[in-house]
Design a protein around this ligand. Structure first.
Ligand SMILES: C[S@@+](CC[C@H](N)C(=O)[O-])C[C@H]1O[C@@H](n2cnc3c(N)ncnc32)[C@H](O)[C@@H]1O
Length: 196
């Protein structure tokens, strides 16, 4: 299947891990060349465990979905499988996200998109563990660009570490959104942003 992917030079070694989040069990296929291939990332888990899910209704977008944990877990927790869209620039990750949707018996739309380039819809909720390694420009494009892709009462949820510039990100977010820090743990900030 290697020809399917962008990162064809990186040997494929598909593996699978199982985990439990908020009392629900999940299994994920991962591979070389995708974010956090061995286990559910600590920041992603913290984000998922601190989103007030009772507030999350309607259409959900997971930006930088990787192998799909945020979108898939969101669809299972909210019970809104058909309303979840996931996007990423990494074709290998997108392929895994599709496989993981079936593996976890849910549904979702998986799209290749550089930030919001191929996203033409608006969403009630955008959730992201942003790609710090892609650089500040991409991170801000995802976080501030969310505003154009949220409905008027929409919410952005994100996680970021203090060593990855959480404090300066917070300052920038406060210019555009009503911002609330939902949780701080081990240097990670889980942040909720509402359109002003
Ligand atoms: C920190 S990882 C999070 C992955 C996954 N959501 C998780 O929590 O495990 C960030 C993801 O953003 C993706 N990414 C990098 N640059 C991007 C861009 N310009 N547009 C969309 N996604 C991007 C990466 O490929 C990676 O999968």
């Amino acid at each position: 299947m290697a020809q399917y992917f962008d990162n064809v030079d990186l040997k494929s070694e598909i593996r699978k891990f199982s985990t439990s989040v908020l009392g629900k069990d999940f299994s994920f296929f991962t591979d070389n060349g995708v974010f956090c291939k061995e286990h559910l990332d600590f920041g992603t888990r913290l984000l998922l465990e601190n989103i007030p899910w009772e507030e999350v209704k309607g259409k959900i977008l997971d930006v930088g979905c990787g192998y799909g944990p945020i979108g898939i877990i969101a669809s299972k927790i909210t019970g809104q499988a058909q309303a979840v869209t996931m996007c990423d620039v990494n074709k290998r990750a997108l392929h895994l996200a599709e496989r993981n949707i079936s593996e976890n018996q849910t549904e979702g739309i998986v799209l290749e998109s550089n930030c919001y380039e191929n996203i033409f819809d608006t969403f009630d909720t955008i959730i992201t563990n942003p790609p710090i390694r892609a650089g500040k420009k991409v991170v801000y494009e995802i976080l501030l660009g969310a505003k154009k892709h949220l409905t008027s009462l929409g919410t952005l949820f994100l996680v970021i570490h203090k060593d990855q510039g959480a404090k300066s990100v917070l300052k920038e977010l406060e210019k555009e959104y009503h911002v609330e820090v939902l949780k701080k743990n081990k240097g990670f900030f889980v942040i909720k942003c509402k359109i002003r």
